[in-house]
Design a protein around this ligand. Structure first.
Ligand SMILES: Cc1cc2nc3c(=O)[nH]c(=O)nc-3n(C[C@H](O)[C@H](O)[C@H](O)COP(=O)(O)OP(=O)(O)OC[C@H]3O[C@@H](n4cnc5c(N)ncnc54)[C@H](O)[C@@H]3O)c2cc1C
Length: 225
């Protein structure tokens, strides 16, 4: 098995509360990013913080975001303001015997840095392909690629995975010693993304392709270190 690429935490990415749940190996970070679907881009505008939900894609050491060049979000991020990008996967409810010890099983990643506009057409196309493939693997070989006008009407921002941390909680509830005798059910209730049946669009006479019919998110490691 290939050795894990460990990235040391920086002063800003070192997990403080429940530090044992902090993970810095790139394999763990990448697997959470690849399974997650949506992240939150956070940045400050006129001294007010915003956290905006967004789709994303990843190639190797870079996250890509996209949107309208007219969007305040994308134009700020393309300007290189300090930002963070957070991705969260909820794996389950952790139901303890006391309210205090209730928790969630989860995997999350926080990336810190500054965005950079991607304007070179070939790189932009690569980034947009990564975004499509992230949401729907196999789709970029099926759908018409963006034309020149569509590329021009899309802003793409990249964020390097230079400073990132993961945090992972898994397993059963941990109760206070005196509570184990309480007559209260305790355990885990796994949660996940539900994938429904495809709904074919009006004016489409084709059946859904296999990658849509068998759609699944890539499944990463779910246990804490
Ligand atoms: C799951 C998901 C994925 C998305 N993926 C993308 C993406 O990949 N690219 C993209 O450009 N956009 C995406 N959006 C939409 C995105 O969240 C913003 O709404 C959009 O980028 C518009 O930004 P703006 O700069 O025009 O808005 P802003 O000018 O930044 O927003 C003005 C105000 O509108 C409100 N607002 C903006 N967005 C939202 C929101 N999503 N929910 C509630 N209030 C909001 C806030 O109060 C904000 O201060 C996604 C939204 C969701 C929910």
């Amino acid at each position: 098995m290939a050795p894990e690429r460990a990235s040391a935490p920086t002063a800003r990415t070192k997990v403080r509360r429940r530090a044992g749940r902090g993970r810095y190996e790139r394999e763990v970070i990448d697997s959470i990013l690849d399974e997650g679907l949506v992240g939150h881009a956070a940045f400050v505008v006129e001294r007010h913080p915003y956290a905006i939900p967004m789709l994303y894609g990843r190639t190797a050491d870079t996250i890509y975001l996209h949107g309208s060049p007219l969007s305040r979000l994308l134009s700020r991020l393309a300007d290189g303001v300090p930002m963070s990008f957070t991705v969260t996967i909820v794996d389950g409810l952790v139901l303890a015997r006391s309210a205090f010890h209730h928790s969630l099983n989860y995997r999350s990643v926080v990336i810190l840095g500054r965005g950079r506009a991607v304007r070179e057409p070939a790189l932009k196309l690569e980034a947009l392909t990564a975004l499509v493939e992230h949401a729907a693997p196999g789709r970029s070989a099926q759908a018409r690629p963006p034309n020149e006008d569509e590329l021009g009407a899309t802003e793409v921002v990249e964020l390097a995975l230079d400073e990132a941390s993961a945090k992972v909680r898994s397993g059963p509830p941990v109760d206070a010693p005196e509570d184990y005798a309480l007559p209260v059910w305790a355990g885990e209730l796994p949660l996940g993304l539900a994938i429904g049946q495809p709904i074919t669009a009006a004016r489409c006479a084709l059946p859904p392709p296999a990658n849509v019919l068998r759609y699944q998110r890539p499944r990463g490691e779910t246990t804490a270190a």
